[in-house]
Design a protein around this ligand. Sequence first.
Ligand code: FAD
Length: 387
Amino acid sequence: ETTPDLVVVGSGLFGLTIAERAASQLDKKVLIIERRPHIGGNAYSEFDEETGIEVHKYGTHLFHTSNEKVWDYVRKFTDFTDYKHKVFGKYKGQVYSLPMNLALINQFFGKSHTPDEARALIAEQASEFKTEEAQNLEEKAISLIGRPLYEAFIKGYTAKQWEKDPKELSPDIITRLPVRYTFDNRYFNDKYEGLPVDGYTAWLERMADHPNITVMLDTDFFTVVDDYKGKVPIVYTGPVDEYFGYSAGKLSWRTVDLESEILDVDDYQGTGVVNANDPEVPFTRELEFKHLHPERADRYKPGKTVVVREYSRFAQEGDEPYYPINTADNREKILVYRDLAKKEPMVLFGGRLGTYKYLDMHMAIASALTMFENKLRPHFEDGTPLT
Ligand code: FAD
């Protein structure tokens, strides 16, 4: 067994991008250490055997970007379909088109509005609070979109997401609540959008498929840390607080429980994602994966569909950390960890868990490409230190 030139901890899109670039551009031998039984991090998916439907194991993953470099890079490994994401929301027995737009406003208030009429109506309803004076999330939301839309489309959903009354949540959690005064209901505004034609896992596996790359699955880095720490350069994409033994305390995360079910109907909800805005419904949304790939219709088993319900809660010991929580307490801790990370010799910290920042796939890839060019390439080519 030869010593690798670079160890990458974690095989999500951040780790895979680093490994692929170092292997293909610098001809370095890369060892990827992954504690799960599969590569790909949270973008991983599987084709359900019974139905032929691709199921995203860690929640729906929609690829979108306006970054030309990222778009050129990802297409080395996969083509993308022309899928454009749409989200709907159920409230009191009706289904509305999200994000909040003219169709939703007309349906909700039961009459047609011109864009200017809708704008005036929402401005009037939003005048109840001043944004700068909002004391909590509820007041802030009302100051942005008015009470009626807040109570229908933000209050119940937010309460479920945070397990807290929005009156007890910080106004800093939201900065804007966009309302579109058009009928445009495309969820993302990015220039490029689509889903990997052969599925996420085929894409992720092609990134790791290089003779210079070795993948070690089912291996927690901390069980082999002494073999590599201080001996070879390491790019670490696991949780930053875990790396430092939680010395500044645990960072808190939100997690999502995914409850999957195969139903004996051809079509359950007619679209991929429907939010549950009623507060008494315990889940936050329902996902029906077959709708993400209408072009695969002839490969699906008729009369069957896969539906996943998402339940949001605070992560406990052993749960998957999904979303960072922006509170003063966590902000303080992450500053300490960032400082420690900067001083850690021969180790670079990256990705969603390594930086305690929510990163979409395109952001993780962009950030890994930058780390590769600014830190790893100079290190391997000119011997500059890894900091
Ligand atoms: P991850 O994908 O989380 O990968 C980190 C990897 O490191 C994991 O495989 C983990 O097992 C491994 N690891 C951690 N600690 C250790 C250790 N000690 N030893 C070995 N291995 C370790 N992005 C989008 O663009 N669109 C979406 O619609 C979207 N939806 C999302 C939905 C959810 C619920 C979540 C959580 C994320 C979503 N993302 C989405 C983001 C995406 O999944 C990735 O999180 C993002 O691309 C960042 O990748 P990453 O490599 O930093 O992290």
